[in-house]
Design a protein around this ligand. Structure first.
Ligand code: WT7
Length: 666
């Protein structure tokens, strides 16, 4: 668990005096957001976005039911309103005379690769993509799957969908063909957008062959994707190297860039679906988290502006990929709603060396830098000289997201990267929450390293014990949220029942986050981590069930149980206990079996789910009713067997000793 180093970092005076929210304003506004959400959110919605039609004023700004015993879970914000998020992200800025402002500074994997795209150019491109989508019959409500590298065409494709009312589903281009196929199979798009490939570090990553394989799998399962739009990203992988399926495949450069650069904007209802994003849970396949239009937009716009304290002139850089929620809310939507100029980076922070981020910061005069603890720890491990070699004098604010940041990493980020000048916004939130939930505000929140600090406007967290009793004041327990905020997910697409059970089935009338949390005597929140069977590897969620099912898919594997172990860089790593089929010894004779099992996981999910450890297990600790006791496996994996606790309820307590003995052979 993360412990405070006691030192508190109050916001520096000059930061306070220029911040959007200053000093005590936070508590005033927070109180208003809770006591009078109609007034608070109307004001913000009017200020932050341009509406085709305003929400009804004769009903509450949010209509909802959070209690399954009263009927289905149902959340509606800004009812009666209409707006278009692409218009808000792009067109209105061009109309206001900011067409020449840079929207994206693109930095390729290799140092000499770069480019720029202004708001005017983005508008032209988005219109061309939209016109292409329309020309092949994509219309309001249709799904489009996007599997692309971090190039401006990726957010542009998302915005093109939003422009015509299509629902985008971006799949991170590190997921395997099987993973991509199962997401395509779930949302059944008629069109998939991809690129020839990408380059990340020394590796060329062909993407088109992965899409080919995924589309093959889908057609065998009965879903035929009609069109595959392929961007020739020749700086990474050229078109000559990929297979072209005529009839289905279309080159972006031919089909999109020949379209008209004007395209009307669809008026979208407040609750019209905007996107699906698949995320891992404790059981089964990844869920399609569904976000809708108005509330999501208000959440993304408000948090971007207030948490990053964005002002014109800032150069903003979020290192997340658009394949994750961070890339949706804090690359594509939030910053563009504010007409920000931002960096889009295709490479990795350690290529060509660990100074790459700071080289880019100096080159583009980045003022706001937002990344994940895993990247901070990886760069810290390479030594300070890669950082101090660059001036970083443009930086004024740093952000962290994805997992709890340990105080050592926090201090290095603060002292070395930020020269003890730049406050760190440790933002706790989730794919499901759409936007920041617990976070400092730069002009008002004294920082404590390792704490995400205080709730954002409109967020009412609550800590409960295992029985669902609320813990007031100081205490530790399950983190719940008592009422909806604008950008909360609305359902699991195609499975509302799963939505209700997962998020509202824990305790009556509250949203369950899946995280454990402590509140200290100052009311600060300290996220402890997931309490469910979700592993947070480098800030990415991997479900234990998904990894187990990939392992069991291998013919030699009879049973598998996966648990997290602490990892110095990744935060958590994947540790798999594997029972082999009859006839195999533990460890097995075959020295290649371990690699084969790891390969099975990479194939089923992707490299991010690679297990770091395979522990041969002739038997697993089970209760008499056959339930695997993961608590015990976690202790064995973490070498903490002195605190195993009671193992007398096991059907066969001797398996524990066998497993400990086999640990060194694994
Ligand atoms: C889970 C959500 C939100 C975008 C990235 C991850 C963990 C996220 C923090 C933070 C402690 C954090 C939680 C959460 N998490 N941010 N600042 N401090 N933990 O999105 O994949 O939906 O994962 O990430 O455990 O539940 P996600």
């Amino acid at each position: 668990m993360v412990k405070s180093d006691e030192k508190v970092y109050p916001p520096p005076d000059d930061v306070v005096s220029s911040a959007h929210i200053q000093g005590k304003e936070y508590s005033e506004l927070y109180r208003q957001s809770i006591e009078n959400p109609d007034v608070f959110w109307s004001l913000q919605a009017n200020k932050l976005l341009t509406w085709n039609k305003k929400w009804r004023s004769d009903t509450a700004i949010c209509a909802y039911n959070f209690d399954t015993s009263l009927g289905p879970i149902n959340i509606r914000w800004f009812e009666g309103s209409e707006l278009n998020l692409c218009y808000n992200a792009v067109d209105r800025h061009v109309e206001a005379g900011y067409g020449d402002r840079v929207a994206f500074y693109w930095e390729g994997n290799d140092v000499e690769q770069d480019g720029k795209m202004t708001y005017q150019e983005l508008q032209n491109l988005v219109c061309q993509i939209s016109n292409y989508l329309k020309s092949v019959g994509i219309k309001k409500g249709d799904d489009v799957t996007i599997y692309m590298p971090m190039i401006p065409e990726l957010p542009a494709a998302m915005l093109a969908c939003a422009r015509i009312g299509a629902v985008h589903s971006v799949v991170f281009a590190g997921f395997s063909a099987e993973s991509l196929a199962s997401r395509i199979q779930d949302s059944k798009p008629r069109l998939v957008v991809t690129a020839t490939g990408s380059k990340r570090g020394p590796k060329e990553i062909p993407l088109k062959p992965i899409v080919d394989e995924a589309l093959d799998i889908c057609s065998k399962q009965g879903h035929m994707v009609e069109k595959c739009l392929v961007y020739d990203h020749h700086q990474a992988v050229s078109k000559e190297s990929v297979n072209f399926h005529s009839g289905r495949d279309v080159w972006w450069q031919d089909a999109v860039l020949t379209q008209s650069t004007s395209c009307p904007v669809e008026r979208m209802d407040a609750e019209a679906p905007l996107f699906k994003l698949y995320t891992s849970g404790s059981t089964g396949k990844p869920k399609a988290v569904l976000h809708t239009t108005a509330g999501y937009a208000v959440g993304a716009a408000a948090t971007f502006k207030y948490v990053f304290d964005y002002k014109p002139g800032d150069i903003y850089w979020c290192t997340a990929d658009c394949g994750w929620i961070t890339g949706h809310s804090y690359v594509t939507y939030g910053p563009l709603f504010s007409c920000a100029s931002q960096v889009l980076f295709e490479g990795v922070p350690t290529w060509p060396d660990a100074g790459r981020c700071w080289q880019i910061v100096d080159k583009l005069k980045v003022t706001i830098f937002y990344t994940a603890p895993t990247a901070i720890r990886a760069l810290n491990a390479k030594g300070d000289s890669y950082v101090t070699k660059y001036s970083r004098s443009s930086l004024r604010l740093l952000g962290s997201v994805g997992e709890p940041i340990n105080p050592e990493a926090w201090r290095w980020y603060y002292e070395v990267v930020g020269n003890s000048r730049c406050p760190i916004m440790d933002t706790w939130w989730q794919t499901e929450t759409g936007a920041h939930m617990i976070t400092p505000l730069v002009g008002s929140t004294p920082l404590k390293p390792g704490s995400a600090t205080l709730p954002f406007f409109g967020v009412e967290p609550c800590i409960c014990d295992e029985k669902g009793n609320e813990i007031h004041g100081e205490g530790e327990g399950l983190l719940m949220i008592k009422r909806p905020w604008p950008s909360i997910m609305r359902t699991v697409a195609g499975n509302h029942d799963r939505f209700e059970k997962t998020y509202f089935g824990m305790f009556k009338g509250m949203y369950f986050t899946g995280d454990g949390c402590r509140r200290d005597s100052d009311g600060y929140y300290w996220i402890i981590g997931r309490v469910d069977d979700v592993i947070n590897v480098s800030g990415h969620r991997i479900g234990t069930a998904e990894v187990e099912s990939a392992l069991v898919g291998h013919p030699a594997c009879a049973e598998a149980a996966v648990v997290p172990v602490e990892h110095a860089i990744k935060g958590q790593a994947i540790y798999a206990f594997v029972t082999l089929m009859e006839g195999y010894s533990h460890p097995p004779q075959d020295p290649t079996l371990k690699e084969a099992l790891i390969g099975a996981v990479r194939k089923a999910i992707g490299a991010i789910a690679t297990p770091d450890f395979i522990h041969w297990a002739p038997g697993l600790p089970k209760t008499r009713s056959g339930k695997i006791m993961r608590r015990i496996l976690r202790k064995i994996a973490g070498k903490e067997e002195e605190s195993l606790g009671d193992i007398s309820t096991l059907a066969d307590p001797s398996v524990v000793e066998t497993l400990i003995a086999l640990r060194e052979n694994s």
